[in-house]
Write a protein that binds this ligand. Structure first.
Ligand SMILES: [Zn+2]
Length: 419
């Protein structure tokens, strides 16, 4: 068999594995909360809060869609014309066109050009956040955050580019196999190290201070059978007034993190409700689920890139002989960008299902739907959520059930459990 035939076979295997993992690991069976309950919940929210949430999201929308459009146009222009290849060459020229310079500097130049051109939209977004009182950052703090995120992307990007083009040179016929394995391993490694290497670049994390709330949370985690070494508090208030909590990391790096803003804004019982949701993620191993799906998806993407990248008309458009040259990196980026856009609604759907399961866990663990609902109202109020966003927007990118869906789930639970 030729490497190409092996690649087709591998891709088939990976796609089947991905579909099986999606079918088995994602909770598909839970029906969404009845729409009648959702509409009743919407009517119970203060009209002023609903209007303000909708206005805020309406104000954010033009910047978000413009950034998406500009990013796509830049990727298409660089990837499907010889322009991108020339940019890669230009970046490598001071180093005599050495392949390492082309691969790393050229690759980073292509990656950052789109970031640079969408920068005005990021600034626009910030002005909306400031206008609505959600940002607590100065322009200076905002710029520092931006530079930090560029630095993190540059370090990870340079390592990936160097690794990828080294493998391509060492194994010109089989690079896709090593690339697929490498991409899968990278996803797993990043899940482990992000909370300890990357998150501290942006926030300071301190263990929650001893007191009744901390004891309550630790006791609840023990009752739930989810050993939590520590609940960490992130100094989110340095950039936002929004409230949130999350779990990240795997095994020894797993942590439950709450924003300091949440502790300041919410009642203790509501914090407990939020942490109960996060314990649901820990108990159901949702970080593992995300990592496994991400690793399979990344491996399949590398093999698919190899197969699509040998299509001559595409190579001719980009003015390159092979997808494996550093000069063809912009073509890779355009393929990845399009694949990312197509998979956005699928990823959002999977995420919404997993979040709904964590909500159900929180309700069962606390047995307190009233507080759960109060917490959802507060979350929506403080974060200026649109409690019932337009359907197309929800299908396109909502990673969580809407506020009214979550309130309705609490009401359905209350009915069923007689609370
Ligand atoms: Zn969650």
């Amino acid at each position: 068999m030729t490497p190409r035939a092996w690649a087709l076979l591998t891709l088939g295997g990976l796609v089947v594995a991905l579909l099986v993992a999606v079918a088995l690991l994602v909770p598909w069976s839970r029906p969404p909360a009845p729409r009648a309950d959702q509409l009743a919940a919407l009517r119970d929210l203060p009209a002023e809060q609903v209007t303000r949430g909708r206005a805020f999201h309406g104000a954010l929308r033009p910047a978000a869609w413009s950034a998406l459009a500009v990013g796509l146009v830049v990727a298409l222009l660089l990837g499907l014309t010889p322009l991108g290849g020339r940019l890669v060459e230009l970046a490598g020229r001071p180093f005599g066109g050495h392949w390492i310079a082309q691969a790393v500097l050229g690759g980073l130049a292509v990656m950052f050009l789109a970031d640079l051109l969408t920068l005005p939209f990021a600034a626009w977004r910030r002005t909306v956040l400031v206008r609505y009182g959600l940002s607590t950052q100065t322009w200076g703090g905002w710029a520092v955050d931006l530079l930090k995120s560029y630095a993190v992307s540059a370090v990870i990007g340079a390592l990936v580019l160097l690794g990828f083009y080294t493998v391509v040179r060492l194994a010109p016929r089989w690079w896709w196999a090593f690339g697929a394995a490498g991409a899968a391993v990278l996803v797993v490694v990043l899940s482990f190290v992000l909370p300890v290497l990357v998150e501290p670049v942006f926030n300071r994390f301190t263990p929650m201070e001893p007191g009744p709330l901390r004891s309550e949370l630790t006791a609840m985690a023990a009752r739930d059978g989810v050993p939590v070494r520590d609940v960490l508090v992130a100094d989110a208030s340095r950039r936002t007034s929004a409230v949130n909590a999350y779990v990240s990391g795997l095994g020894p790096t797993r942590r439950v993190v709450v924003y300091d803003t949440l502790l300041r804004e919410a009642e203790s019982a509501e914090v407990t409700s939020v942490v109960a949701h996060e314990l649901g993620h820990a108990k159901d191993r949702d970080v593992w689920t995300g990592t496994v799906l991400g690793a399979l998806g990344a491996a399949a993407a590398v093999v698919a890139l190899y197969l699509i990248g040998s299509w001559t008309p595409l190579l001719r458009l980009a003015g390159v002989d092979s997808i494996a040259q550093p000069r063809a990196f912009p073509l890779l980026i355009v393929l990845v960008t399009v694949a990312g856009l197509l998979s956005t609604p699928v990823q959002a759907l999977v995420s919404r299902r997993i979040e709904a399961r964590a909500d159900a866990h929180a309700l069962a663990l606390t047995g307190d739907p009233a507080t759960f609902e109060a917490m959802q109202r507060r979350l929506a109020g403080v974060n200026l959520a649109d409690p019932d966003p337009p359907r197309w927007e929800r299908l396109w990118s909502a990673t969580h059930p809407s506020t009214v869906e979550r309130m309705a789930a609490a009401r359905a639970y209350a009915r069923e459990s007689g609370r």
